[in-house]
Design a protein around this ligand. Structure first.
Ligand code: PEP
Ligand code: MG
Length: 916
């Protein structure tokens, strides 16, 4: 692992602990790699004078040390480092850890470089025991509060540190069981109804349960508690849900988490206490408004856990204007300090405000774009920074579907509007109801559109959420787990829909004041932009940007998101160096791609032009022909189709470059498979069933992907190349006569030696010359090759002598470079990713060390021979932002991707140029 990246040496010995406290901290916001996001920002907030309870951060290096050394810690950490750091807190607050009179209590929280909300463990109220609980009772003057804290602490410690929380959701948490039994015995419903004596007896029962289940007594020594809690935080870096989350978010396992130990402040000590979370702007829409939620007399986790629906931050203005004004001021300080939208957590203890966390706020793609453009207009950031603020994939959210308004109105008129919840994650989704994450995941795998419907979600649900189109919850606010995670995943989400009543046992969803009962598997539709929940299916339709660009059903001036999108794309085009082309085989695809900003076609797969109607029969007739004459007859049938297709494509692209790839049909994709298909074909092409069957047998390949495809086909049967080149040049000549000059780029596939390219080029040039002579019109054209065989990549100096351009066919280059079938690797790649053999699926994002290296050698050697050699990429990787960045670094001329990814590639290319 790149240790040098984060190592911090102080006076010759490594510093593992960094204290923070009002006005002076040992860390700052730049030290995220070492202190994690939470630790670095706590230090920064303390440095800029915000009210932060004192504490210290144990660095991520301790976590990596822990895992590299059989779960041992660096020397002296517990003997000296932590006691020293605790002492600083004690001195600042005048309290003492473990002191029965005036105890210091701490929270112990995880905090990785990248935020992983709710994925790892936290322990609050640590330091309480049979003695200190009395001290807390006396100091606070509130014994009930003290015992409530103690009860929560023993439960949390038992669940998290002593591992008593069941991993199987069907089992009941032993502490919940005791709590419920007590309520039943007392005939009460709420935790708040417990008396001090009740809480004392619950704590005693908890401790008995711990002894029974673990064989050990509950640790009364606060130092021992602290050691256990720190270990639990580090262990939670590798719990199952953290691993799943890391995989989904491409967070490497070697980063490790930091651990923050901080003095407790209490939001649950009385009515002048409270806790809340807020965003400095609206995280869903990007609007410049203070957006938050709070609960009075509650502890931090109550707000995010979604167990009580919190109040809107505006209500705090009425309830406690002093604190509200202070928060507004902090909002402004933070935005001007960080120049970004921040997400904060705060606690009010006896009318005093404390900041417990701040981090750059997660936001929807829509909000990211709006905030970046707004902050530019507010002079908080420049246009380069604005571009760097938006992850290219976030643009997807501007291109996402919405409900068809007519259908939605009709559904509402039919009385299918069930309820309205919070509009937690924008977009429209329709799908089948599943009530638990496992079933949702399975249904998603079967290809069903799924809406995960839960009372509330928890981090265990992450896989099911990922597999769903949308998430609907009965409880929880805009910052509940469901809302936060859904937004981050870009999922549609309606949260806190209190009118719903979900019964997991019966698999039913009922709605207050409505007779409708929905069951598992029934369709439901949710609008994450308005919060509406509708029974049954509602057709989704394209977003505003799609309506303006593709459907042309909306005028730009009527689309509020249009100016923001346009501004962003304008900036992207200003800074990017790469050209962006598209992979398209049809004029309509090409037209859409142009509206998205495509500057050419990087790949037209000509075999795709033969899939439909009668063409497939002529194509099959050609493949099955026994000799040249038979093939020529079939090719004659194909020629007019090809010519018309190329004409349409060139015309749609105007003067933009178009790369036409010669035929590359893996034969197994084109031959008829069943006897019925063979019989039907036999009638169409006038050959007997037996003849065709025998010929298919002759053509059978054990390894079609490495068989008679690509340039091999044209070398065996040059008449195929002749027909295609004739069609290309005739189409170009026709357009020239009509006044449009096009320069087709003729691309030879699957070349591995220069000789293959030379032989094919000779046929191309000969045919082109003769068509040009026939037509009496001169047209220019280029001849180039795909680089998709490793041998071609490493002999690019030779191949470049015969090519005007190279286009990296990274689908095959990955397949052949890794020796991994592009069609069959789905079986093992997920496991490979689990083992982090590959951080990303190598068919999605380029394997830089291997396939990327082949590209790099090829580009360098090709250009050494021919400096003007045009280089591009046309594998599926061309639309992946990290591959786009890599292509920029290699100095390619263009990337080519599917039409709907063109805006994403434009932004990725600009960001690559700015980062470069
Ligand atoms: C490639 O191999 O990357 C490529 C673009 O060609 P195809 O996917 O058609 O094999
Ligand atoms: Mg290929």
């Amino acid at each position: 692992m790149p240790q040098s990246e984060i190592t911090n040496e102080k006076a010759g010995s490594k510093q593992y602990i960094y204290s923070f406290s009002g006005g002076s901290s040992e860390g700052d916001a730049s030290m995220k790699n070492l202190l994690g996001g939470k630790g670095a920002n706590l230090a920064e907030m303390a440095n800029i004078g915000l009210p932060v309870p004192p504490g210290f951060t144990i660095s991520t290096e301790v976590c990596t040390y822990y895992y590299e050394n059989q779960k041992n810690y660096p020397k002296n950490l517990f003997e000296q480092g932590i006691p020293d750091a605790l002492r600083k807190i004690e001195e600042t607050l005048g309290k003492k850890f473990g002191d029965p009179e005036n105890p210091l209590l701490v929270s112990v929280r995880s905090g990785a470089r990248a935020s992983m909300p709710g994925m790892m463990d936290t322990i609050l109220n640590l330091g309480l025991n049979a003695q200190t609980v009395d001290g807390l009772a006396k100091k606070s003057g509130n014994p009930r509060f003290a015992w409530d804290c103690y009860r929560r602490f023993v439960q949390m410690y038992g669940d998290v540190v002593l591992d008593l929380k069941p991993t199987d959701k069907k089992q009941i948490d032993p502490f919940e069981k005791i709590l419920e039994a007590k309520k039943h015995e007392l005939g009460i419903e709420l935790d708040t109804e417990f008396t001090v004596e009740d809480l004392q007896s619950i704590v005693a029962d908890y401790k008995t349960a711990i002894l029974e289940k673990t064989g050990k007594t509950f640790p009364e020594d606060p130092h021992e508690q602290l050691i256990g809690a720190i270990g639990a935080v580090f262990n939670s870096w590798n719990n199952e849900r953290a691993i799943v989350y890391r995989k989904l978010n491409h967070i490497p396992g070697y980063w490790g988490t930091a651990c923050n130990v901080q003095a407790m402040v209490f939001g649950n000590m009385g009515l002048d206490c409270g806790t809340g979370v807020a965003f400095t702007r609206d995280a869903a829409t990007g609007d410049n408004i203070f957006y938050g939620e709070f609960l009075m007399n509650a502890q931090g986790e109550d707000v995010v856990a979604g167990t009580r629906t919190p109040l809107k931050i505006e209500q705090l203005k009425a309830e406690n204007p002093g604190i509200y004004d202070q928060l507004e001021e902090i909002r402004s300080i933070l935005e001007h300090h960080y120049h970004d939208m921040m997400d904060i957590e705060f606690t009010i203890e006896n009318n005093i405000l404390f900041m417990l966390q701040c981090r750059v706020g997660k936001r929807t793609g829509m909000a990211a774009v709006k905030i970046a453009v707004d902050m530019f207009n507010e002079k908080l950031i420049d246009e380069k920074e604005a571009l760097l603020r938006i992850e290219p994939e976030q643009l997807n959210q501007l291109l996402r579907p919405v409900f068809d308004m007519k259908e939605k109105q009709a559904a509402i008129q039919e009385g299918r509007l069930l309820a309205t919840g919070l509009n937690a994650g924008p977009g429209a989704a329709t799908g089948k109801i599943y009530f638990n994450a496992v079933d949702a995941y399975e249904a998603g795998k079967r290809g069903e559109a799924v809406i995960l419907v839960r009372i509330e979600t928890s981090p265990e649900d992450i896989k099911g959420m990922d597999a769903s189109e949308g998430i609907l919850t009965e409880r929880g606010g805009m910052t509940s787990h469901a809302a936060l995670v859904a937004r981050q995943m870009g999922k549609v989400c309606v949260a806190g829909c209190g009118a719903l009543s979900i019964d997991y046992q019966r698999g039913e969803l009922r709605v207050q004041g409505n007779d409708i009962v929905l069951h598992e598997g029934d369709y439901i539709s949710i609008d994450g932009s308005t919060g509406e929940v509708i029974a049954g299916k509602v057709a989704t339709k394209n977003s505003e940007i799609i309506e303006v660009l593709v459907d042309k059903s909306l005028k730009p001036e009527d689309a509020p998101t249009w100016p923001i999108y346009q501004q962003l794309m304008e900036w992207a085009d200003k800074y990017r160096k790469l050209n962006i082309r598209t992979n398209a085989d049809q004029p309509d695809q090409a037209e859409i791609a142009i509206t998205f900003g495509a500057e050419g076609i990087g790949l037209c797969r000509t075999e795709h032009m033969f899939f439909g109607g009668e063409r497939i029969d002529a194509m099959r007739e050609m493949i099955l022909a026994d000799d040249v004459d038979g093939r020529k007859i079939a090719l004659e049938k194909l020629l007019p189709y090809q010519r018309d297709d190329f004409y349409g494509l060139f015309k749609a692209m105007g003067s933009r470059p178009v790369t036409i790839r010669l035929l590359d049909p893996p034969l197994h994709e084109f031959l008829p498979h069943t006897d019925d298909e063979i019989r039907a074909l036999s009638i169409k092409i006038g050959r007997s069933f037996e003849e065709i069957k025998e010929r298919i047998g002759d053509l059978h390949e054990f390894n079609p992907m490495l068989g008679l495809r690509g340039c091999r086909l044209g070398i065996l049967h040059p008449e195929i190349t002749v027909m295609q080149v004739r069609a290309i040049i005739e189409a170009a000549c026709k357009l020239k006569k009509e006044g449009l000059e096009v320069v087709p780029e003729i691309m030879v596939p699957l070349v591995s030696t220069v000789k293959e390219l030379e032989i094919t080029s000779e046929v191309i040039h000969k045919t082109a010359r003769s068509v040009i002579a026939e037509q009496g019109t001169g047209v220019k054209y280029l001849v180039g090759t795909m680089i998709e065989v490793p041998r071609a990549a490493i002999t690019s100096d030779q191949i470049a002598t015969a090519a005007d351009f190279f286009s990296y066919g990274t689908n095959d280059l990955t397949q052949m470079g890794l020796g991994m079938s592009r069609d069959d690797s789905g079986q093992f790649l997920p496991i490979y990713q689990q083992h982090e053999i590959f951080a990303r699926n190598p068919f999605e994002s380029i394997d830089k060390d291997g396939v990327g290296r082949l590209m790099s050698i090829s580009a360098k050697e090709g250009r050494a021979v021919k400096p003007e050699l045009k280089l591009g990429i046309c594998g599926e990787h061309g639309g992946d932002p990290s591959t786009v960045e890599f292509c920029h670094q290699l100095g390619l001329n263009y990337v080519s991707c599917s039409p709907y990814r063109v805006p994403i590639a434009r932004l990725a290319a600009a960001r690559a140029a700015l980062k470069g």
